[in-house]
Design a protein around this ligand. Structure first.
Ligand code: DC
Length: 225
């Protein structure tokens, strides 16, 4: 399946580059489905903690992830994430989960399982998928590959603004350090590190508005369509 050119818009990039918000809007404009693969790693982390799994045991993490009854659905343009009957959309975004994800996303067996689900999703319909390894590993034959980037300062500023919208005050310097640390973990891990696929188009959004970023990707897709 992954040897065929697929109608996938693969969006990769570092923390806070706007992949999810931009990706969702691009999907809506194109009439494609949207897949937030970060939410899958977040859900697996929540599920492992919920089950008391030893987060330092990759085999146990793989086994528990394979048993996760994960459901992603779209509700009025918002992604809802459920595991079994429980809606975990909000809880997977908390700092407690974010701090532990690397233990799951560094486990080869966990990645293998989630990658299989991602490919199955992409094979069912034209899809905009965002993550860290979309163009390099999951959809190497994606018709469109984007590497979405922005300066560290701008990414921290955007994250702080998102927290402020939720009424949460954060220390910008500390947030910047946390993002830098997550970048380091994403880029240096042994399995599927964040990297720009050689055939990806780089879009630096530091100076772009949200709408300009969406337009740039939609234009790129339509150029090739
Ligand atoms: O995009 P996000 O911040 O919600 O992703 C959460 C974490 O999951 C991130 O720290 C890296 C990891 N991730 C990954 O390893 N591979 C993906 N395809 C998507 C996310």
């Amino acid at each position: 399946m992954c040897n065929q050119i697929t109608d996938i818009v693969a969006i990769d990039g570092p923390v806070g580059a706007g992949k999810s918000s931009v990706g969702r809007q691009v999907a809506e404009r194109l009439g494609f489905a949207y897949l937030d693969t970060g939410a899958m790693y977040r859900a697996a982390t929540w599920w492992a903690i919920e089950n008391g799994t030893d987060l330092d045991n990759p085999e146990a993490l793989t086994a528990i992830t394979q048993n996760m009854p994960l459901h992603l659905s779209d509700s009025n343009g918002e992604l809802r994430v459920r595991v079994g009957a429980q809606d975990i959309t909000e809880v997977i975004r908390t700092p407690e989960i974010t701090r532990q994800i690397y233990k799951l996303d560094h486990a080869a067996g966990v990645r293998e399982h989630l990658v299989r689900l991602q490919r199955e999703f992409g094979a069912r319909q034209p899809t905009v998928a965002d993550g860290r390894d979309m163009g390099s590993v999951v959809f190497p034959k994606a018709r469109w590959k984007i590497y979405l980037d922005a300066s560290l300062e701008e990414r921290a500023r955007r994250r702080a603004a998102q927290f402020a919208e939720k009424g949460l005050q954060v220390d910008l310097a500390e947030l910047t350090r946390e993002i830098e640390e997550r970048d380091r973990k994403d880029m240096t891990r042994a399995v599927s590190p964040l990297q720009k696929a050689p055939d990806a188009r780089v879009l630096d959004t530091t100076q772009l508005t949200f709408d300009q970023s969406v337009d740039a990707i939609v234009d790129f897709v339509r150029e090739v369509l």
